[in-house]
Design a protein. Structure first.
Length: 191
């Protein structure tokens, strides 16, 4: 579950790819990772509505990620706590960048360098430094190719499909999510 459509585009692709990478490297048996299901309720809605949507997803999913940006950080954690209190056994993992998801799109210079017309000079040298960017949206606007009619949103899926997961893993908040996800997969017997 994510805050909005663009976050769904990026995180849906990244979550699926990361789950596949985790299960391919750490499993004793074959694990078929299904397509990432996107919840119908955005996490910017009230906590009760999000909790109901998570419970509905739990009927079909083995693992649920609840995304919020920094301004709603406590909401994702509260949802996890409420659902545990209600006895939900499906692992629910908060997926929360230090600031905004857009920062994570800025981590991989190589993926941007592959897009003709992009300006990688505005990107931090170290991937981990993307979370120090106070407002990543203007930086995303500056790095994306200026010519053409593509909007900022047009790059979310592309970057999600092509970003190097090892580069993302250099971002502390992303690495923490990966570690928590890996533990959940172990608890489920997939790793």
């Amino acid at each position: 579950m994510a805050e909005n459509t663009t976050d769904e585009q990026f995180l849906g692709a990244v979550v699926f790819r990361q789950l596949r990478a985790l299960t391919e490297k750490g499993t004793r048996h074959v694990v078929d990772v299904g397509k990432t299901e996107i919840g119908e309720c955005w996490t910017i809605k009230d906590a009760d509505r999000v909790c109901r949507a998570v419970v509905e997803l739990a009927e079909e999913c083995h693992l649920i990620c609840v995304h919020n940006d920094h301004n709603e950080r406590g909401k994702a954690e509260k949802i996890v706590e409420v659902l545990r209190e209600r006895g939900l056994t499906t692992p629910v993992i908060p997926l929360v960048p230090v600031r905004e998801t857009e920062a994570w799109l800025l981590a991989d210079r190589e993926v941007w360098a592959g897009l003709r017309g992009s300006d990688t000079s505005v990107l931090p040298v170290r991937p981990r430094d993307v979370e120090k960017i106070h407002d990543p949206k203007p930086v995303l606007d500056a790095v994306r190719p200026g010519s053409g009619r593509r909007s900022r949103a047009d790059y979310f899926d592309y970057i999600g499909q092509n970003v190097d997961l090892d580069v993302l893993a250099q971002i502390p908040a992303y690495a923490a999510w990966v570690a928590e996800t890996e533990e959940a997969l172990k608890g489920l017997g997939y790793l």
